[in-house]
Design a protein around this ligand. Structure first.
Ligand code: PLP
Ligand code: COI
Length: 350
């Protein structure tokens, strides 16, 4: 890759930030990485001061939603050494999303080396308070112009950094959704593209009015199998078995999800990756064999679900000491924050 140019910000906003009380994804570091795709090729990435960008009103991202993103985190240990967690998997998934949305793939060097340079420059912004991390948002959108409903000829790739605290602040109660669908067979559910999230906002707002924080999506065909939550893959523990649905073209292939499966297998926990029916979950809640439900994702880490609603009835989950979810969270975060051996080879030091 040709070298990355760096234009440093003349001033820093870092003194205005309360690093002990960080919200999720609302505070941004001093710099961002920007890279343009023009004339069929990626130009050299440049690091510039973080700030607004200018786009033509006809840019196709505004009209046809050609936009994708990733979610990653950087972690600082007590010796100030910085690590990423399985970053190559994010790069790979970014390009899977790009292909599905008819956008150009981005080379590994632009994505990974660009990210490392940016993190080194804004290293002081990586938070160290418990539960906080540097949330990384690589994204790409169609900056090419025109109202013709066809793929753009120009794209912009940006990486922004947001020192962040926890994604959820309180309990997570979910509603099992039977009317609306997040994705469909043959659709774009497995891609991290904006419309997948925009389409969830309205049904999630309705669920919030009913007292839930999240929706659990079910299959679009019969609404019989639980699939995933807004920004997390879903796990269920029935008896002593850990269950999660198989990935498909409707579900995001989560990196936290596959890490949980690997850790569970390593711990000797019985794991089943198969369709999980709503009927089975409700029956297990009724006969108290339903032990846990939790969401898994980069932003949310492992988020225990305190209960779920289905057809107007609420089912509460037991509060467990040493739940599977809490064990997975400890193992994953110990690897991420460099507090334990990295037995699976997931940590990438920068
Ligand atoms: N499902 C959806 C819809 C998501 O947006 C995310 C977040 O990235 C996940 C699952 C979890 O994926 P990962 O663990 O790779 O962050
Ligand atoms: C992540 O976990 O990184 C995500 O992308 C979720 C996001 C929608 C907040």
């Amino acid at each position: 890759m040709s070298s990355i140019t760096i234009q440093k910000s003349e001033t820093s906003k870092i003194d205005q930030v309360d690093f002990d009380n960080l919200p999720f994804g609302k505070v941004f570091s001093d710099h961002m990485l920007v890279c343009d795709y023009k004339n069929g090729a990626w130009e050299s990435p440049r690091i510039v001061p973080y700030g607004p960008i200018s786009l033509d009103p006809s840019a196709k991202v505004f009209h046809y939603g050609q936009t994708i993103f990733e979610g990653m985190k950087a972690y600082k240990d007590e010796n100030n050494s910085i690590s990423l967690f399985r970053p190559l998997d994010n790069h790979k998934r970014f390009n899977i999303s790009a292909s599905r949305m008819s956008m150009p793939e981005i080379p590994e060097a632009h994505f990974i080396d660009g990210l490392k340079s940016l993190l080194k420059l804004d290293e002081k912004w990586i938070p160290t308070a418990s539960g906080s991390a540097m949330y990384i948002r690589p994204f790409m959108f169609a900056s090419g112009q025109g109202f013709h409903a066809s793929p753009a000829d120009e794209y912009t790739f940006i990486i922004a950094l947001a020192p962040s605290g926890a994604y959820f602040s309180g309990e997570v109660k979910v509603k099992i959704e039977e009317s609306y669908s997040r994705s469909a067979n043959g659709g774009v559910g497995y891609a991290k593209t904006g419309g997948n999230y925009a389409g969830q906002f309205y049904p999630t707002q309705l669920a919030k009015k009913e007292g839930y924080q999240q929706v659990i999506w079910t299959d679009d065909h019969e609404h019989e199998y639980i699939e995933e939550a807004g920004a997390m893959n879903i796990f269920v523990v029935i008896g002593d078995t850990l269950l999660t649905g198989p990935t498909s073209d409707r579900i995001l292939d989560g990196i936290t999800r596959k890490s949980v499966i690997k850790i569970a297998e390593d711990l000797g926990i019985k794991v089943e990756v198969r369709k999980i029916s709503v009927t089975e979950v409700v029956a297990a809640a009724k006969d108290h064999t339903l032990k846990e439900m939790f969401g898994a994702g980069t932003a949310a880490v492992i988020s225990p679900i305190s209960g779920f609603g289905f057809r107007g009835t609420d089912y509460k989950l037991p509060e467990l000491e040493n739940s599977f979810g809490s064990q997975f969270k400890k193992i994953i975060t110990d690897i991420q924050y460099n507090r334990s051996e990295d037995k699976f080879g997931w940590r990438v030091k920068i």
